[in-house]
Design a protein around this ligand. Structure first.
Ligand code: DLL
Length: 438
């Protein structure tokens, strides 16, 4: 009988063993970052500390935080701790205006990522004899290739369909006998609805049994919907480009939070306003330190993701602490159809059109499964006199510009001057009507 663990020794190590292992790696990584990056040397010096001041795990609190802007300011390679020649793969996700966030991997970083993805898939029951339908986007996004590498390590047959062409996806799933589905949760619901429209009954016509859903926030109600519609067990998986991509944490079959692979990541929760470290069990912003990364190591990286950490052992026997579902973000980043979008990117596009006034609003809805992304923008007095044909051309140009920057094609609504409500305080640029809908 096969083991329920990919690596039993690591996954079930005692908390003491784990902490000892973490301290050893933390000391090494603090020194490594100090010795190999001007960025961390400056950070340590400005805090008046040296790597030798890290003697206990709690001493990590002496190290200043690393924030997303640090990565943006040092784009693309300013924070590398190795020579560029040692970087064998690069991924990226969209960042705030302009520069994307880059993930740069050495050969060893790739091996670690692959191992963590294999462990994550295995934890949910994926085995060699499975057939994995991977509908995460292949390319710079870490989703597609992350799952791909993990499946290959286990020896699972992988179907690298990537995103889009929903009808074809359904046919492929049927013809090739897929047992595991990997995609964003919103796409899973969309797929399920498309199946219903085509008269495909997943329970009869497909062999699906497991689903891996992540890259965007989702709720228990979405889980119920997916499980009911597709007849599968749905697992939450979390990660971010800065840390490696997917594979930072995953649910086990107890569905009681996502196990963070603590032999590779040191987790803290902080109050996003004060930066104070919070005890386990209290909700706050997740802060990660990478313990094994060589190419682009990060100390105390503020994710902006809000969650709660539980440290007691799980019924599954794994000792690695669990993060509960992400409940929100402490900044303004939006996740639309799994893609990271900042309102500042939209503003940037709008400001480039003299035909438009500076008033705009982003409206996000989820009437069915997929996010509907609308940008309402005011015309100037002059352009509001334009013909319908001219306005249609303008709409197309705006949509194209937004697509160039975000990869998403929004609905553009042009409104008359004064048509967007003003508020007394800060402008309400984003109307996110998605939560609680499903
Ligand atoms: O989304 C990596 C990934 C791919 C994870 C596929 C899971 C599956 P980024 O594009 O850098 O990386 O976006 C990272 O997405 O900070 C969270 O805000 C959000 N996120 C990722 N997974 C989850 C999840 C990938 N399971 C950002 N639940 C993160 C809620 C998630 N939010």
């Amino acid at each position: 009988m096969d083991s329920m663990y990919w690596n039993k020794k690591i996954e079930t190590a005692t908390r003491d063993e784990l902490r000892k292992h973490q301290l050893q790696l933390l000391k090494e990584k603090a020194k490594y970052c100090y010795d190999n990056t001007a960025f961390y040397r400056t950070k340590f010096k400005s805090a008046g500390i040296s790597p030798s001041d890290i003697k206990t795990l709690e001493d990590i609190q002496k190290i200043p935080f690393t924030v997303k802007n640090d990565l943006r300011d040092n784009y693309p390679f300013g924070m590398l701790a190795v020579n560029l020649e040692d970087i064998v793969e690069i991924h990226a996700s969209s960042g705030t205006t302009g520069n994307p966030v880059v993930g740069a991997y050495t050969t060893n970083d790739m091996n670690v990522w692959q191992e963590l993805m294999a462990r994550s898939l295995y934890t949910t029951g994926v085995r060699r004899q499975d057939v994995m339908h991977n509908a995460y986007g292949y390319g710079l996004f870490t989703g597609g290739l992350g799952f791909h590498y993990g499946a290959q390590k286990i020896g699972t047959r992988i179907i690298p369909v990537s995103g889009g062409m929903t009808q074809r996806q359904i046919k492929i799933m049927k013809d090739l006998g897929s047992t595991v589905l990997c995609c964003t949760p919103s796409y899973a619901i969309y797929l399920a609805e498309a199946m219903a429209n085509e008269g495909v009954d997943p329970r009869k016509d497909l062999k699906l049994k497991i689903g891996h859903f992540g890259a965007e926030p989702w709720s228990e109600r979405i889980r119920e919907r997916i499980e009911n519609k597709l007849g599968i067990e749905a697992f939450d998986i979390y990660g971010l480009t800065e840390l490696c991509g997917p594979g930072v944490s995953v649910e086990c079959n107890k569905h009681n939070g996502l196990h963070i692979w603590e032999d590779n990541f040191l987790i803290e929760t902080i109050d996003p306003k004060t930066g104070d470290v919070l005890p386990a069990g209290e909700e706050g912003e997740l802060v990660f330190t990478t313990l094994t990364k060589a190419g682009l190591p990060l100390l105390r990286f503020r994710t902006r993701d809000i969650s709660v950490i539980e440290t007691e052992e799980c019924e599954c026997g794994r000792t690695h602490s669990r993060m509960m579902r992400i409940t929100g973000r402490s900044d303004d980043m939006l996740i639309i159809r799994g893609v990271n979008v900042f309102p500042s990117q939209i503003e940037y596009v709008i400001m480039g059109f003299p035909e438009l006034a500076a008033q705009y609003q982003i409206v996000l809805e989820r009437p069915e499964a997929l996010d509907v992304f609308t940008i309402k923008v005011e015309l100037t007095e002059k352009t509001s006199q334009s013909t319908q044909e001219e306005l249609n051309v303008l709409k197309r140009r705006i949509r194209q510009k937004v697509q160039n920057i975000t990869g998403l094609s929004p609905i553009i609504e042009l409104v008359k001057p004064g048509g967007i409500p003003r508020s007394a305080g800060k402008a309400k640029r984003v109307m996110d009507l998605r939560s609680g809908k499903i």
